[in-house]
Ligand binder design. Structure first.
Ligand code: ADP
Length: 486
């Protein structure tokens, strides 16, 4: 193996960013950031108290009117500079992400490009928010609709895309004219703090973007959501925490964008291009080592091609180079922590006890770090928990089907509805099936749907609202209707 890349941790910001000042937190013991490939401490970051969280709301609120009044073109140009700075430092960000999150460098590089693109896309969208005027049906007046910034926004992000989940929220919030407080995941705060420092350099005025890292997420976020100056919550994370936050947000009837869990079906029909379906399955399953809400969680393969597909998928999975994400040779890094490895093992054991067969993998790796072998299971039976819950690891469960209606019914038999994947060379069938799948997004002959130019989001328990595309900026705006007569 070649030498793993690293960054100079002593040069990275580790304090809270409040009102343009970097300062220590008052929440007690600092937060240690663990390298999931070695279980060693990379750095420690500030631990915010409730008072620190409210100080961030003070800061965001103090400059809210000035930022909303800043010309859209000027806001857009700051975001454009942020895009350029991020691309200029893409390798630094990629290595940092690989180190604190564990994902392999090719995935980390992909994330940086994706993350930066949210700044570029919303730099362009900042000047494209249009309203409309229509005659009332009675003909007596006009209906004028304009969009106004919603106000101070609390952004809570997960550890699986530490850069992209932050920029996907900060980009549209700033473009819309909102100020914000970012609460990144405790596991991966370093990338978020580095993004905030980059935004300062790009010209974001003090107080417009604040960052609080904390061990007491529930208390600090809860207090911010009850502060009457806060008007918006955008959350990406588990459905379980999403439900808690929706309850917290109900006190002030906050506008909520929620990007929650998934349980993506990946359906391969007998007429699919098998190589394309295999390549799609590898991306949909293994991007981020399976730690993505869009990950293919249940792979339904038609009987006619099932054995061939199982064998070839297992071959590709078993050939992946597993290792430290920051090592240039690695294709699959460690999971985020030991609890994640334990959960994956429990799901695999459960499926096997229900009759599934291990084709490859099925075990953790005997080495330091939180590694799990890329795994393919065949003949996973209904009732196995891994068909119902997010696996969030490098495990591909295969299920055999023979009928279109039957597979659609199985695909929809979940509380989740984020994304579905369909592979078929019959376009009419592809569109017919897509129409009937209960998910916010469909990958039709594609294993990757994420794109800053497209509306990302789910139905059912996978969430509320859309991020990205033209929809994303409206999540940070309110429609203002004026009944107009002259
Ligand atoms: P994951 O399963 O991806 O770790 P979580 O939903 O646990 O997702 O976490 C996503 C984000 O929500 C993280 O920033 C985490 O710190 C934060 N979080 C977790 N619990 C709470 C809570 N009770 N209130 C507010 N934020 C929370």
């Amino acid at each position: 193996m070649s030498q793993a890349h690293s960054v100079d941790f002593s040069a990275l910001p580790t304090d809270l960013l409040i009102g343009g000042t970097w300062r220590k937190g008052n929440g007690g013991e600092a937060i240690e950031v663990i390298d999931p490939a070695s279980e060693t401490v990379l750095a420690s970051v500030a631990n915010a108290s409730i008072e620190d969280g409210i100080a961030a709301v003070d800061a965001a609120s103090a400059v809210a009117a000035a930022w909303a009044a800043t010309p859209p073109r000027q806001r857009g140009e700051i975001l454009r500079r942020a895009y350029e700075l991020m691309m200029a430092r893409s390798e630094h960000f990629a290595v940092l992400i690989a180190l604190e999150n564990g994902k392999a460098l090719p995935d980390a590089r992909g994330e940086v490009a994706y993350a930066a693109e949210f700044f570029r896309w919303y730099a362009e969208e900042a000047v494209r928010v249009s309203g409309d005027i229509t005659p009332s049906p009675s003909g007596n007046y006009r209906i004028m609709v304009q969009y106004q910034p919603i106000g101070v926004s609390v952004l809570v992000t997960p550890w699986n895309f530490p850069a992209a989940m932050a920029t996907r929220k900060i980009g549209p919030a700033l473009a819309a004219g909102c100020t914000c407080i970012l609460k990144p995941a405790t596991e991966t705060p370093l990338t978020a703090l580095a993004v905030a420092q980059l935004l300062e350099e790009a010209g974001v005025p003090p107080g417009v973007v604040n960052v609080v890292t904390t061990r007491s997420a529930g208390k600090v976020v809860g207090a911010m959501l009850r502060d009457p100056r806060v008007r918006k919550l955008s959350f990406t994370g588990s459905t379980e925490v999403g439900r808690i936050l929706l309850r917290e947000a109900s006190h002030q009837v906050l506008n909520c964008s929620m990007e929650l869990g998934g349980n993506a079906p990946f359906i391969v029909f007998e007429d699919a291009d098998i190589d394309a379906a295999l390549a799609g399955a590898m991306i949909a399953k293994m991007r981020n080592g399976g730690e993505a809400c869009t990950a293919a969680n249940r792979i339904y393969v038609h009987s006619a091609i099932y054995d061939r597909f199982a064998e070839q998928l297992a071959e590709r999975m078993s050939q992946l180079v597993v290792g430290n994400g920051a090592d240039p040779d690695s294709q699959c890094g460690p999971l985020i922590n030991m609890a994640a490895v334990d959960k994956v093992q429990e799901l695999v054991d459960g499926a096997v006890s229900h009759g599934a067969k291990i084709v490859t993998g099925g075990h953790r790796l005997n080495r330091p770090g939180f590694f799990y072998a890329p795994t393919v299971l065949r003949d996973v039976q209904k009732g196995a928990k891994m068909l119902e819950e997010e696996i969030f690891g490098p495990v591909a469960p295969l299920v055999r089907f023979s009928d279109e209606d039957e597979v659609i019914e199985a695909a929809n038999a979940t509380e989740y509805g984020l994304v579905s994947y369909v592979f078929t060379s019959d376009l009419a069938r592809g569109l017919r099936v897509s129409d009937r799948l209960e998910s916010g997004m469909v990958g039709l002959n594609r294993g990757l749907v994420s794109d800053p130019a497209a509306p990302f989001g789910g139905v059912k328990a996978s969430g509320l609202g859309r991020e990205g595309g033209q929809h994303g900026i409206l999540e940070y705006m309110e429609a203002k209707y004026t009944a107009l007569a002259w």
